[in-house]
Design a protein around this ligand. Structure first.
Ligand code: ADP
Length: 605
């Protein structure tokens, strides 16, 4: 069992290294510079020990000869020059090492973030609706992935490499002086390694719990802030407070256990380290007394040994970081490496002019999670006409728009635009010619002007004003203190909807899909927008999904859908006479509007 997991860890490590290699390659000179400085740094790190060895031995021999300060002045001079010179060099090396290392870390972190965003932008919509790829989860995978991978790079180039280089050099110096002292230091290393490994294994579960609790805690705070109105209106403050307290108690318990174990292992490691020091003192003292070493060697070896033990003291943290990196790197590179399966396809068909006649032929469609949404759909959408899709929630209306916009491909059947399968159309060109207004407003962080310009970045301010007028937004914008420079996210839901409609007007495409565009607008705005849409429908293809009777009745063609099937199609009168789904929806809408009373009121006027 253990060998299997060790093997899979090894495989994971090598695949992570393979994946991260292309991100490190562009900075190979930074790596070379960091490594060179590391090497020089590891040499300078031994100088103190060498100088001490020299000083003690020199002073000792002077004292033995009965000499004093005057004869020993040269020692003071030598050590001052060497140590001062070494410190000056060290400053430069440490600075360079940190700077290059940090530059490497920041650059790689930036490249990783950018790479995943650029890749994801090319993926088809199906990728985002797959389970496990929900927005929050993707975000966490990207954030943690970038963070842990860059920490891995930092551990390797900034922390562990200099320390290891210094440890290896110190060990080599110890061996060079005396084989037995070198062996004593070397024996301590695996013991230390083993304790560190046990510590990491023991603490792994708690660390994972800590991560889960931390996410739950921030999620909990988020939920409270988002639902504060509901919490207050139901007087649930105490319950919500208690929920957080329970979680905090779990975190406290978990933290205390982690600390307790951490401290126990740390003490054990310090003990082993001190045993190493004691063994080296005893051994060197013995070697000095038996005349095999000079007295300066005692301090020399102790100092070298501290250069050996310092890096392994850090191993526990690095081991943890590597484990984290493995968990997150896997799912992070999963996103980047999904390109082959998820990249959005594109044909090359780009005619000079689009007529705008669309057709669905025998189309079946299921979402990536397996939900079958459409059955054998046949539909003709003609240019110059308004086609309305009618049906209860979940009937498949938005799904049809998703297929017409090439967001998804049908399981079987064809979607045609001007007689050509949309699979063969150049995707970007196709979408350049389609205007989509959804029920849910997609307002970006930025000004109103920027948001409208999203429909056509080359448009002028006059075009923006014109589009805003068509969307009946202009007067409201003029009432704002910063006019078109006001923040679009601060507008009301209805105003944001008009921004989305203005964005469509400025794009001015030959094909327009409106998915409940007036759902969040008041009655007057709905009427105004309806007039604008009527005004632009000429020579365009307009598909509208709407619950507003007035918009449906006025459409040239209506398709009524139920549970993914087309039930009726034709004009309002034709569909009404069929006495089916359309009639049912129409009657219910009329009743909900209380048409009789409205008609009576109108008569009385
Ligand atoms: P309508 O627009 O008529 O309200 P939709 O086209 O949105 O209906 O939905 C049709 C069916 O497809 C519903 O059963 C819905 O649950 C399902 N569905 C819609 N979007 C997705 C999605 N992204 N992933 C999985 N199933 C979906």
């Amino acid at each position: 069992m253990r060998t299997k997991s060790q093997k899979s860890n090894k495989m994971k490590t090598s695949s992570i290294l393979k994946d991260i290699f292309p991100f490190v390659m562009p900075y190979k000179w930074l790596v070379v510079a960091t490594l060179t400085l590391t090497l020089i740094g590891s040499v300078t790190a031994q100088i103190n020990a060498i100088v001490l060895n020299y000083t003690v031995d020199e002073i000792n021999s002077l004292v033995e000869l009965g000499k004093g300060l005057t004869e020993g002045m040269y020692i003071m001079f030598n050590i001052s020059v060497i140590l001062l010179g070494k410190e000056l060099i060290s400053i430069g090396i440490t600075y360079g090492q940190r700077y290059f290392g940090e530059k490497l870390r920041i650059s790689i972190s930036q490249d990783l973030s950018q790479a995943v965003i650029v890749k994801m932008l090319t993926y088809r919509l199906a990728f985002f609706s797959r389970s496990g790829n929900e927005a929050g989860k993707l975000q966490a995978r990207i954030d943690h992935g970038v963070e842990s991978l860059t920490r891995m790079v930092q551990n390797f180039f900034i922390d562990i490499l200099p320390l290891c280089a210094s440890a290896i050099l110190a060990l080599a110096l110890m061996f060079r002086q005396n084989f037995y002292v070198g062996m004593t230091a070397l024996i301590i290393v695996p013991v230390y390694f083993y304790i560190t490994y046990r510590q990491a294994v023991k603490m792994k579960g708690w660390r994972e719990n800590h991560r889960i609790y931390r996410e739950a805690k921030s999620n909990g705070i988020m939920n409270i802030l988002q639902s504060i109105n509901v919490i207050k209106s139901f007087n649930r403050e105490e319950i919500e407070g208690k929920k957080q307290l329970d979680l905090l108690n779990k975190i406290k318990l978990n933290q205390m256990q982690t600390r307790k174990t951490g401290f126990a292992f740390d003490s054990l490691k310090t003990f082993v380290e001190q045993i190493g020091v004691v063994l080296i003192i005893i051994l060197t003292a013995f070697l000095v007394l038996s005349g095999q070493m000079t007295i300066g060697a005692i301090m020399y070896h102790i100092m070298l040994f501290s250069n050996v033990s310092a890096p392994i003291r850090q191993l526990h943290r690095i081991y943890d970081d590597m484990n984290d990196a493995m968990i997150y790197a896997d799912s992070f590179f999963g996103i980047i490496n999904a390109e082959q399966d998820e990249k959005e396809g594109s044909g090359s068909y780009k005619p000079a002019k689009i007529m705008g006649n669309m057709e669905l032929r025998n189309v079946d469609f299921s979402y990536p999670n397996g939900t079958k949404a459409l059955w054998n759909i046949n539909m003709k959408i003609e240019s110059g006409k308004v086609t309305a899709l009618v049906g209860l929630s979940g009937a498949g209306k938005s799904t049809i728009v998703n297929l017409l916009d090439k967001f998804y491909e049908p399981d079987c059947g064809e979607v045609l635009l001007d007689g050509v399968n949309i699979k063969d159309w150049d995707t970007q060109y196709l979408r350049d010619n389609i205007g989509l207004v959804l029920q849910k407003n997609h307002i970006f962080d930025g000004t109103i002007e920027e948001n409208i310009l999203y429909g056509n970045p080359d448009a002028t301010h006059e075009d923006v004003v014109d589009a805003a007028k068509k969307a009946y937004l202009y007067d409201q914008v003029m009432d704002l203190p910063n006019k078109f420079d006001s923040k679009a996210t601060e507008l009301s839901g209805g105003q944001q909807q008009r921004v989305a409609i203005a964005r469509m007007f400025i794009k001015n495409p030959p094909i327009i899909f409106l998915d409940e565009p007036t759902a969040s607008l008041d009655a007057i705005a709905t009427e105004q927008i309806k007039n604008s849409i009527d005004a632009i429908k000429k020579n365009r293809t307009v598909i509208i999904i709407s619950h507003s009777l007035s918009q449906i009745i006025d459409s040239d063609t209506i398709y009524s859908l139920e549970k993914g099937h087309v039930m009726e199609n034709g004009t309002h009168e034709e569909c009404f006479k069929m006495n089916g789904v359309y009639r049912k929806i129409f009657d219910a809408s009329a009743r909900s509007l209380n048409i009789d009373k409205i008609a009576k009121t109108m008569e009385e006027i």
